[in-house]
Design a protein around this ligand. Structure first.
Ligand SMILES: Nc1ncnc2c1ncn2[C@@H]1O[C@H](COP(=O)(O)OP(=O)(O)O)[C@@H](O)[C@H]1O
Ligand SMILES: O=P(O)(O)OC[C@H]1O[C@](O)(COP(=O)(O)O)[C@@H](O)[C@@H]1O
Length: 208
């Protein structure tokens, strides 16, 4: 017989993204509304391995809906990329009484979530990344804000560039994903855009 889920953990992991706090708030309030006990885990998978967690109530997520960053903090965790780290993570969930886990993060965080799911922990992923590089979702949480932020900066830079009759080269976030670079280049009327190999593949798949 399947174990009944009573307690749900939530964590944010990887690169921070605008909207992560709104997602945490939604998860916590929806979970409490459905009668679950909600546990916040701090600093991504590091916090899970270290048992850095606390019980969350309705007030734990007050006034965070419009705040950037994440109240749960985020981090990258090398140990969790190892089999030992993943075994430890699943064991920690059981030790902490966490029956299921919601992970808010990007593609790397999703890969970590998949490993926990393989170890019998029910998982839900919420796509929280400015990179927009999660399969089967059109827009990830934070992507739109990241593009608008980049465009706002480029609009200001344009004043200086034009006044000095110069050309500016702008580097945007995205690491291996090319969505921000490509779409910001189009929206700002850039003369050229340079993408990583992976970025080119993404762009080719998603341009009309
Ligand atoms: N292949 C993997 N297997 C297990 N855990 C992973 C894997 N890739 C990443 N992770 C975990 O997810 C964390 C965040 O991944 P990262 O790629 O840095 O950020 P993002 O989630 O924003 O893509 C990593 O620090 C690591 O703990
Ligand atoms: O400051 P750092 O650690 O290099 O992270 C920057 C990277 O983090 C991200 O927000 C997320 O990237 P990952 O998915 O690889 O973690 C990228 O857009 C950005 O290039």
């Amino acid at each position: 017989m399947e174990k009944q889920i009573k307690t749900i953990g939530v964590l944010t992991s990887g690169g921070d993204a605008p909207g992560m706090n709104a997602a945490v708030r939604a998860v916590v309030r929806a979970g409490l509304h459905k009668g679950f006990r909600m546990i916040g885990i701090q600093r991504g998978y590091n916090g899970l391995l270290d048992g850095e967690c606390f019980e969350m109530n309705l007030r734990s997520v007050s006034n965070i809906i419009s705040a950037g960053g994440t109240i749960l903090y985020t981090a990258r965790c090398l140990e969790f990329k190892t089999k030992e780290g993943q075994d430890k993570g699943a064991a920690k969930c059981r030790e902490l009484g966490i029956d299921a886990l919601v992970v808010i993060g990007g593609d790397g965080s999703y890969r970590g979530a998949r490993e926990l799911a393989h170890r019998g922990i029910p998982m839900i992923g919420l796509p929280g990344t400015i990179d927009n590089d999660i399969a089967c979702t059109d827009y990830t949480i934070g992507y739109d804000t990241a593009m608008n932020t980049a465009l706002e900066m480029i609009d200001k830079l344009r004043d200086t560039t034009q006044s000095h009759d110069r050309c500016s080269v702008v580097e945007v976030m995205g690491r291996n994903a090319g969505y921000i670079a490509l779409n910001v280049a189009i929206a700002s009327g850039a003369m050229a855009v340079l993408l990583t190999r992976k970025g080119i593949r993404y762009a080719a798949r998603h341009s009309g």
